[in-house]
Design a protein around this ligand. Sequence first.
Ligand SMILES: NC(=O)c1ccc[n+]([C@@H]2O[C@H](COP(=O)([O-])OP(=O)(O)OC[C@H]3O[C@@H](n4cnc5c(N)ncnc54)[C@H](OP(=O)(O)O)[C@@H]3O)[C@@H](O)[C@H]2O)c1
Length: 283
Amino acid sequence: VSKINKKIGFIGAGNMGEAFVGALIRTGIFSPSMIYTSDISAKRLNILNKTYGISVMKDNFKVFSECEIIFIAVKPQHIYQVLSQISEHEGYQIPNRKIVVSIAAGIPLRKIEALLYNSLNNEAIERLPIIRVMPNTPALVLAGMSGMSANKYVKAEDLNTIKIILEAIGKVIEFKEEDLDAVTALSGSGPAYVFYIAEAMIEGGIKVGLEPDKAAMLTVATIQGALKLMEESNESPEILRRKVTSPGGTTEAAFKILEKNKVKQNIIEAIRAAARRSKELSQ
Ligand SMILES: NC(=O)c1ccc[n+]([C@@H]2O[C@H](COP(=O)([O-])OP(=O)(O)OC[C@H]3O[C@@H](n4cnc5c(N)ncnc54)[C@H](OP(=O)(O)O)[C@@H]3O)[C@@H](O)[C@H]2O)c1
């Protein structure tokens, strides 16, 4: 692993903040002494300090001023309050380069820039690059898929650093910011589509006579197996599907129903609706 010898701060020590802290320590990318977190909840801070031996504090500004990389990991509705609190602090200045990373869903770079850049001169702004990341919930089990977008002050070197950090919780791809609504609709909301298919498979299994817990086991293991095949074979999901569908067989009987009910088109429509909603929400 490439060890990063910088101080990293997490403002917001909830699910995501903790997933990052745990992953960064386990992979050895950061030592606990280089990790700072702040949160309004003293209880959360206590847990993180006890579990990981990192520095914890109530003061968001202190984390911001102390660290060279700052992750904003509060809920989207709290981000404006957190960023204003920092930028309106009497000690707010950027003497040294700092990378700010926001993982708040649906908060565009321009809004973060508006708050953080407002009182800074050009030189200071250039020292404060901002990256927006759209992760998804499997990040909590280190199998996340994140899309990221950088603002114009981000250098290749900053991007590499952040990529290493994001890879501790899964995979990451860079996008133009305008594509993040599509990313949100596909990988952000995507786990829910798979859970929905799993729900349907479990209910279907029960309908054809299986006990609920066994139907659930068969479903999860089948999805896991299908995933592994997709990952390890060089063939597209469509080819893999055709391979298990023999003429006149059981899978074909199933697909007659799926096709008749336009299940594929409907999933595509669902993703389009999610992308439209993401765009509306980030206005
Ligand atoms: N969870 C996911 O899988 C996922 C996926 C994609 C994107 N995201 C994004 O990740 C961000 C964090 O999500 P999460 O699930 O980790 O949320 P979370 O568990 O609610 O964590 C946020 C933490 O920040 C704290 N907080 C609230 N206001 C604060 C303030 N003013 N200063 C400092 N800390 C404050 C919260 O405390 P209280 O609980 O006391 O309010 C909570 O401990 C969100 O913006 C979300 O959009 C999450």
